[in-house]
Structures are given as structure tokens and as C-alpha cells.
Design a protein around this ligand. Structure first.
Ligand code: FAD
Ligand code: NAP
Length: 544
């Protein structure tokens, strides 16, 4: 590792690099480290004023990972994993951000990073075989490779509600939370949104607020998180096996080894066995519940068994008869919208100062000077929290003016939905890579496993191109078309497309309804990546 840390950087005022990396979250940090390991120069641009990505921006109360900390960490360095010790089963945002800063220090990453800088454009010059990258600070730099580590959930989105500019109170988005935190003590607070960010923040906001009004459009399935401090023995055991566990994780569907998939189909089990399986997974906490039967995500019959079980458990903790039916999801199969892990979320609605408003029945009409109007009634608030999510998977990419061969724009090419080969690149855009791009397992997996899988593939590819004096790599259109069809076919064999989820782009009015991640699993996908590389990048055009 030390040799790589000492790798030469480009001079601070350099304008030419081997690669430009956009984003300094888990993906951009590791990508820089790997490129340095190849002896290449790279510059990272990041909007935030520090590393961390998701964990830099999402500082809302209750923010924590929902993949267990012992798996939600880098697996590429034995030294780092041995020297870092997690404190909780699901680490909270400050701890994850400390970890990322620790890794940045350890690998001396910041000297090749430029913070508080947004990449606004990237244009490919075919003749020179170079990308020109422009930023909002006026930089114009050139690089042979451009790597988008811009994140799947980084373009925070406030819906276009009329009247927001008239609101006299303060408002916040969970994905762009003030660094200094927010004190809600004694305030009347409105929260819009009940996805994972809402489910995590609502209980803690309720502890401070004088009155809390939650505006819910879709009730979500919540599973008990079962968070707890991590005992020393569990940490030691994990440190001893992390590297082999990580290899194993890459062979699993979700990149998570503690998930334990039961491959037996629901119909092959007795009612008692099904109940026992669901009960033990529910009690354990976390996403393992979804692995209860082999066909849980594939057939309504199996899914209904799990959904009914979850609804009964959820109902049992809601004491307020006025809201119980409203809080129970009934319009989508369990698991097809990202599941939320619950720490006192449902119980929060038992408190007399917490109110639930159904904005499915009566959509928000407008934001007023004093609060939120819906169903002809004004709900007054001193603060509004938008837990309304992201322009997921494509937003951070299409926000950049990306022009490939012949000036063709990526945003135009993707107007009817993203088109990639393996989620790694798009035809017409040579030497442009996406880390965890649409068409890869990404958000359906432990993202750090998927990030490492992509970073290593891209680094190996760039290393081989450089060694072989190959000027460019670019997906062939036929390979891309086949891959897009395959991604759609795999999704169609699951229940995923049956919900209005952000996986489908359904949270953004006008966004095409396409299931964007690859549902074939991390293991199967990893085999495909290895085959493609071994066959001299089959499906890619290599430019001499
Ligand atoms: P990010 O961390 O999103 O980093 C991308 C960076 O790129 C951002 O800092 C952004 O500012 C920067 N950027 C974007 N566009 C530009 C531009 N034009 N110019 C310059 N910089 C730019 N995944 C899991 O697997 N497990 C979890 O438990 C989990 N919990 C999550 C909790 C929250 C609250 C959220 C929002 C997501 C969670 N995720 C989780 C998904 C999470 O996004 C990934 O795990 C991971 O952190 C993504 O890392 P990344 O580096 O790919 O992207
Ligand atoms: P989200 O899942 O997209 O939830 C957004 C919420 O806002 C939904 O309840 C949505 O309702 C609602 N909403 C959006 N527009 C609305 C409108 N115009 N009117 C009323 N309601 C509206 O976003 P998120 O909660 O930020 O989570 C996004 C993803 O980030 C998660 O799925 C997960 O992958 C990740 N994440 C993980 C964690 C974790 O536990 N580690 C925490 C936070 C986020 P509809 O459902 O009806 O669209």
C-alpha cells in the first residue's frame, strides 16, 4: 500500500491528467487509489468541501447504514480493516464519515482532490482522444479517461411544490443537511416523505419537536433494524475473515454474506416452517427477512406470505387506531420498493403530538407562508423537512453536460431511459466509465462491494489499455442493446417493476419508467464482467 500512497501526483496547477474522476464518495476515493497504483495521474472533483459523498451530505438525525457496518466498509485493504473498529451493528452517519476521512488520510488522497467544485461539462475530442472537463470554478482540464463516481443517490430532489419561496420558516432536504445540525426543540415540524430517510429521521425529530406532521404518500414496509453495539468478539471474528468474506460476498446476489438465502420455494414449505423462517428472520432484524423463501421476490404467492406476516407485525406496534390502516402498505409487494429499517418509527405515531396526513388521498396543493396546504386545510409549521429522495441513478450524470462522439449528448441518448453496456459505459462515449451505473446491480446490492467490483474492473481495463498502447475503449451498440434487453428481461421475471419506485424512475414526474438496476445479482454479474475482460473486452470496441 505504501508504494501506492507515495505515487506521484500531478502538480497542483496541472491541467492534463491521465484520468479525471468526478465525485469523492466511496467510489471516487477508491478509484483514485487504484489509478495511483498504476502510476497514473488523476484529479478528483467534488461539489462538497470534503470526502464522503452520501455520508457527507446526509447528516439528518438518525442517518445510518442499513447494510451492517462489518460488511459496509472497504474490503480492499487488510491493514485498513484491521485498524478500524466499528461500534454499532449499523454505523451512524458521523462514524461512517469519520471512517472515510480516516481512509483519505491513510491513503493521502486529498492532494489529488479539488473540493467545492462541480463538474458542469465533459466533452470528448475525437481527434485528440481526450476528454475536456469543465467546472463551475472555470477549470478546463483534459484527460484520456473520465470516470463518473457521481453516485446513484446524490442528486437530492425537492418536488416542484408551488409556493416554497413564500414559506416563512426554514426548510431542509435530508440529502443536503446543514453541517451544524438543526435543533427542532419546541418547533412545529412538517416532514414530507416516508422512505428510508423519513423512517430514520422521523422518530428523532419527534423527540424534539413540539408538534410533528408527517405527510405520507405511500406507506412503506418497515422491518426491525435490531441495531445494537457490536461486541468485541464479533468484531475480532470479522477482522480475521473479512478478506475471504468479501470474496464470498462477491459471489452472492446482494453482496452481503449475513443475508443467508433460503433457496426453498414457499410452496415447498409447510405453513409452520414458513412461519418459523419468517419469525426468526424478523427477530434477527435487517434485510435477511427477504431471503426467507427462494421465490419471495419472484411470485405473488410467496411474496404475499411475507407481506402479510410483516403487516401483522407492524400492526401490533401501532396503538393509534386512527392511523394504523394508513401506515400499513397495501399497494405493492414487499421488497420491490427499498425496504426501510425501523428503529421506533411506527411507535412514533402513538405519541399525541405526532400527526399523519395521507397525501395520496389529498395531494399537497401548495406550500404557504405558514405551512403546507392539502385537502383544503393548512397545516402550520415552523420548519419543513423534505425527505423526498433523489433523481436516482441517472440524475447526477444527466446534470452534467456530457458530449461524446460528434458532440452527441448523453442526456439526449438517455431521454427514453439509460442505455449502457454492463452499467460501465455507453456507446458513443469512448473512455467514459460509470461506477455503479444504471444496468449494474448497484442499488440492489451492498454498494461498497459493487463499487469495489467496478473500480477494480475499470482499473484493470485502463492498465491493460495503457500497457497495450490502446487509445480507447467504448461499448459496441449491439452489445449495449443486448445488455439493455437482458436487464429488462431479468427485471420482468421479478416483482420489482410492479411498484412506483425510484428504481423505476417513478418518483420524478416525466422520467421514463424503466427498471434501472440489474436484478441478476452481484455474483452472476461479476462472472459476466470477468468473462468480458478475459475475452479481450468482448462487446467493446478498442481503438488502436
Ligand atoms: P456518493 O457517495 O453519492 O458520492 C458521489 C459524490 O459525487 C457526491 O459527493 C457528489 O457531491 C459528487 N458529485 C456528483 N456530481 C458531481 C459533479 N457534477 N461534480 C462534482 N462532484 C459531483 N448503500 C448501501 O449499500 N448500504 C447502505 O446502508 C446505504 N445507506 C445509504 C443511506 C443513505 C442516506 C443514502 C442516501 C444512500 C445509502 N446507500 C447505502 C447508498 C450509498 O449512496 C452508497 O452506499 C455509497 O455511499 C455510494 O458511494 P458513491 O461514491 O458511489 O456515491
Ligand atoms: P425515497 O425512498 O425516494 O423516499 C421519498 C419519499 O418522499 C417517499 O415516501 C415518496 O413517496 C415521498 N415523496 C416524493 N415526492 C413526493 C411528493 N411530491 N409528494 C408527497 N410525497 C412525496 O427517498 P429516501 O428516503 O431519501 O431514500 C432513497 C434511498 O436512499 C433509499 O431507498 C435507500 O436506498 C437509500 N437510503 C438508505 C438509508 C439507510 O437506511 N441506510 C437511509 C436513507 C436512504 P412515494 O413513495 O409515494 O414516491
Amino acid at each position: 500500500m505504501s508504494q501506492e500512497i507515495n505515487a506521484a501526483s500531478a502538480p497542483p496547477d496541472a491541467t492534463e491528467f491521465d484520468a479525471v474522476i468526478v465525485g469523492a464518495g466511496f467510489a471516487g476515493m477508491y478509484m483514485l487509489h487504484r489509478l495511483r497504483g498504476l502510476g497514473l495521474t488523476a484529479r478528483v472533483f467534488e461539489v462538497g468541501d470534503g470526502v464522503g459523498g452520501t455520508w457527507y451530505w446526509n447528516r439528518y438525525p438518525g442517518a445510518r447504514c442499513d447494510v451492517e457496518s462489518l460488511e459496509y466498509q472497504y474490503g480492499f485493504s487488510d491493514e485498513i480493516q484491521r485498524d478500524w473498529t466499528w461500534t454499532e451493528r449499523y454505523a451512524a452517519q458521523p462514524e461512517i464519515l469519520r471512517y472515510q476521512n480516516y481512509v483519505a488520510d491513510r491513503l493521502d488522497l486529498r492532494r489529488d482532490m479539488r473540493f467545492s467544485t462541480r463538474v458542469t461539462s465533459a466533452a470528448y475530442d475525437e481527434r485528440a482522444g481526450l476528454w475536456t472537463i469543465g467546472t463551475d470554478r472555470g477549470d478546463r482540464v483534459q484527460a484520456r479517461f473520465c470516470i463518473m463516481a457521481t453516485g446513484c443517490l446524490s442528486a437530492a430532489r425537492v418536488p416542484d411544490f408551488e409556493g416554497l419561496d413564500e414559506f416563512e420558516g426554514a426548510w431542509y432536504h435530508t440529502g443536503d443537511w446543514p453541517k451544524e445540525g438543526v435543533d427542532f426543540t419546541g418547533k412545529r415540524v412538517a416532514v414530507i416523505g416516508t422512505g428510508s430517510s423519513g423512517v430514520q429521521s422521523i422518530p428523532l425529530i419527534a423527540e424534539q419537536a413540539a408538534h410533528l406532521t408527517v405527510f405520507q404518500r405511500t406507506a412503506n414496509f418497515t422491518l426491525p433494524a435490531g441495531n445494537r453495539p457490536l461486541p468485541k468478539e464479533e468484531i475480532e471474528k470479522s477482522k480475521a475473515t473479512l478478506l475471504q468474506d468479501r470474496q464470498h460476498a462477491r459471489t452472492t446476489p446482494g453482496g452481503i454474506i449475513c443475508f443467508e438465502y433460503n433457496e426453498t420455494l414457499a410452496a415447498e414449505m409447510t405453513p409452520e416452517d414458513r412461519k418459523r423462517e419468517l419469525e426468526s428472520r424478523w427477530n434477527k432484524g435487517g434485510f435477511a427477512f427477504l431471503g426467507a423463501f427462494g421465490d419471495l421476490m419472484a411470485t405473488h404467492e410467496a411474496n404475499d406470505q411475507a407481506a402479510d406476516f410483516a403487516r401483522a407485525k407492524m400492526r401490533a406496534v401501532i396503538e393509534n387506531p386512527d392511523v394504523v390502516d394508513l401506515l400499513l402498505p397495501n399497494d405493492h409487494p414487499i421488497g420491490v420498493k427499498r425496504l426501510c429499517l425501523d428503529t421506533h418509527y411506527l411507535e412514533t405515531f402513538n405519541a399525541p403530538h405526532v400527526e399523519l396526513v395521507d397525501v395520496r388521498k389529498t395531494p399537497i396543493e401548495k406550500i404557504t407562508a405558514k405551512g403546507i396546504r392539502c385537502g383544503g386545510k393548512e397545516y402550520e409549521a415552523d420548519c419543513i423537512v423534505f425527505a423526498t429522495g433523489f433523481d436516482a441513478m441517472t440524475g447526477a450524470l444527466t446534470n452534467i453536460d456530457i458530449a461524446g462522439r460528434n458532440g452527441a449528448k448523453l442526456s439526449e441518448k438517455w431521454a427514453a431511459g439509460p442505455r449502457t453496456y454492463l452499467g460501465l459505459g455507453s456507446a458513443g462515449f469512448p473512455n467514459l466509465f460509470f461506477i455503479t451505473g444504471p444496468g449494474s446491480p448497484s442499488v440492489l446490492s451492498n454498494m461498497i462491494v459493487s463499487i469495489e467490483q467496478h473500480v477494480e474492473w475499470i482499473a484493470d481495463c485502463i492498465g491493460r489499455l495503457t500497457e497495450g498502447n490502446i487509445r480507447s475503449i467504448e461499448p459496441k451498440k449491439e452489445a449495449e442493446d443486448l445488455w439493455v434487453d437482458h436487464v429488462n428481461e431479468v427485471a420482468a421475471a421479478t416483482l420489482y417493476p410492479q411498484a412506483n419506485s425510484w428504481y423505476m424512475g417513478a418518483n420524478i414526474p416525466g422520467k421514463p419508467r424503466i427498471f434501472m438496476p440489474y436484478a441478476g445479482g452481484v455474483g452472476v454479474y461479476g462472472e459476466k464482467l470477468a468473462e468480458v475482460a478475459a475475452a479481450d473486452y468482448e462487446g467493446f470496441e478498442l481503438g488502436a
